[in-house]
Design a binder for this molecule. Structure first.
Ligand SMILES: [Zn+2]
Length: 564
């Protein structure tokens, strides 16, 4: 027996003698132990467990019921009742303000009857003072194609004195009533703005009220900007929504200065609801300036960390504004648009790397992805000391096949959205044709090339339910199971891969794998209790999987029972 071991035993004996059997001062402490669960840890050293212990918001030990009870005899015990438990899911690309605002506006999603739209508008007119804006969101561009003109005219008769703006589901089109058009000064003589279209009546030439892409700004810029209080409310509503869906952290993919003010205020009031990893809007120099000088702001409390600069390189595939090498297969004159040039991306990336900030660039089209890769490659050469840079490309939706290995060579974190594939599959191949589609939504190809791929939803354009995202990633089918066998099924992922992508990889994409993504010692006690065993249920069953309870820092923050 070694000397130190002998000493330890003597000490323990002394302790016991002095204090009795109940509380030896060296008994390790935990605030709580969670026992009797089926715990899916996402930790390869111990993939499943029965129990774990939490102290000061962190997990300190994982193991069997007996181990936790023996080691932490005085901790409060929470019985998990044999339920399935997994780490809190991390939404690594979402838009909180837009999600919260959606709840604050008239919800037009899933309405199929124009009379229902008018009914909602009538109710709103009755309670809104004349002249004030009435805003709605969520009508589906595809579903309403034939009736759009008639609807926008009816909006004018139902609401003659209040300007109305009803934005489409994906943000590409909006409906304005006559009052809003009048305030914007839009007449039959107004030309289309660059990158936008003012739909006009084929007989009278008057604007119909339908505005597409950049033309929407002619009306939306007249709306008073949200106050900090309205922003706070929107963030709070969004936070509640995430907790319900089992999401305990979010990477907010575009934060403005006013948003940041609201988030800071919420943090002070302890009302953030979920943990934030902030991507700052790169177009606001005053906002990003201090971070490019001083580097990241990592929150010691792990609620509001600011570490990333968000750049937009191009547009979207649906509107044919994603930047392509060759014209769109269904629009031979269209190549897409550039929002930020390669030179600008390079300049911002060099500054960010020097300051220790991460960069995340939105790139959808094949040319846009190439430009971003080239800019990143050049930047890494200039700042070779930034080894663990984790530069991100958001979406990487249509990529030239020969570029996929470059994501690995340059160590680019590739953040992809399975729900985009299942939403876009009816028309994506029309846009890009049979060749380019092979490098589209190609998460399997990226994983096989050794690239790190966090998966996420890009809500609120898509549902934030992560189990739907997992379903989409592994089936590449609609919820109804179409098409049979899946759309380009060779790109499907396994359950193990999707779980990893929504937890461990998403944590990694924000430099937070040491505190998030697993139920393991040293990680934040952010976890969820779910209604079934996510390791073994079918893909279809993911769609009905429920979040029973959500915990952040070991505290219960959502319970399905309580909210029912
Ligand atoms: Zn986004």
């Amino acid at each position: 027996m070694g000397k130190s071991k002998l000493k330890k035993i003597l000490y323990l004996l002394l302790c016991t003698a002095i204090l009795g059997l109940v509380s030896c001062t060296r008994t390790p402490q935990a605030d709580r132990i969670f026992t009797n669960g089926h715990i899916i840890t996402m930790n390869e050293d111990m993939p499943e467990a029965e129990a774990f212990a939490v102290k000061k918001g962190f997990i300190i030990a994982v193991g069997t019921n007996a181990e936790m009870r023996d080691t932490y005899p005085v901790a409060e015990e929470v019985d998990l009742e044999g339920k399935d438990v997994m780490p809190g899911i991390i939404e690594s690309h979402g838009h909180m303000l837009n999600l919260g605002r959606r709840e604050m506006r008239i919800n037009l999603q899933e309405i199929n009857d124009p009379r229902e739209i008018m009914q909602k508008l009538r109710e709103s007119v009755a309670e809104t003072p004349p002249g004030e804006w009435i805003v709605g969101w969520g009508w589906d561009d595809g579903a309403w194609k034939e009736q759009m003109t008639a609807i926008s005219q009816e909006l004018s008769s139902v609401s003659p004195n209040n300007p109305v703006w009803f934005a489409g589901l994906h943000g590409y089109n909006g409906w304005a009533n006559a009052k809003a058009l009048e305030m914007a000064g839009l007449t039959k003589d107004t030309p289309d703005p660059e990158g936008g279209k003012i739909y006009k009546d084929s007989e009278t030439g008057e604007p119909t009220g339908i505005l597409a892409n950049a033309a929407q700004g002619m009306v939306t810029r007249l709306m008073p900007p949200l106050t900090v209080e309205q922003r706070e409310k929107a963030f709070e509503i969004a936070g509640e929504e995430l907790l319900k869906n089992g999401l305990t952290s979010v990477h907010d993919a575009r934060i403005t200065r006013k948003d940041l003010d609201a988030l800071r205020a919420l943090k002070t009031q302890k009302k953030l609801r979920v943990r934030y990893y902030v991507m700052l809007d790169c177009t606001d120099e005053e906002l990003i300036g201090p971070y490019l000088q001083n580097g990241p702001e990592i929150d010691p409390d792990n609620w509001l960390t600011i570490r990333c600069i968000k750049i937009f390189q191009d547009g979207s595939l649906g509107t044919r504004s994603a930047l392509m090498f060759e014209p769109y297969s269904d629009a031979p004159d269209v190549l897409g648009v550039t929002t930020t040039s390669q030179e600008e991306i390079e300049k911002l990336t060099i500054q960010s790397l020097q300051a220790g900030m991460q960069v995340a660039t939105h790139a959808i089209g094949d040319r846009s992805n190439r430009i971003t890769l080239d800019a990143y490659e050049a930047s890494i050469k200039v700042v070779p000391e930034a080894k663990d840079h984790r530069l991100r490309i958001e979406h990487a939706q249509v990529v030239a096949l020969e570029d996929i290995p470059r994501f690995k060579e340059l160590d680019i974190v590739t953040s992809m959205q399975p729900p985009h594939a299942t939403s876009d599959m009816p028309w994506a191949e029309d846009r890009v044709g049979p060749e380019r589609i092979k490098g589209a939504y190609a998460w399997r190809s990226f994983l096989d090339a050794g690239v790190r791929v966090p998966l996420n939803s890009d809500f609120p354009g898509e549902t934030l339910n992560p189990f739907y995202g997992m379903y989409a990633a592994e089936t590449r089918q609609t919820p109804e199971g179409k098409p049979e066998g899946g759309w380009y099924p060779e790109q499907c992922l396994t359950r193990e891969e999707v779980l990893h992508a929504y937890t461990v990889e998403s944590a990694y994409s924000g430099f937070e794998e040491h505190i998030k993504g697993k139920i393991a010692p040293g990680r934040l006690a952010d976890f969820i209790v779910i209604s079934d065993n996510i390791l073994t249920i079918s893909s279809k069953a993911l769609l009905s999987l429920k979040v029973e309870r959500t915990y952040i820092g070991g505290q219960l923050v959502y319970s399905r029972n309580a909210s029912r």
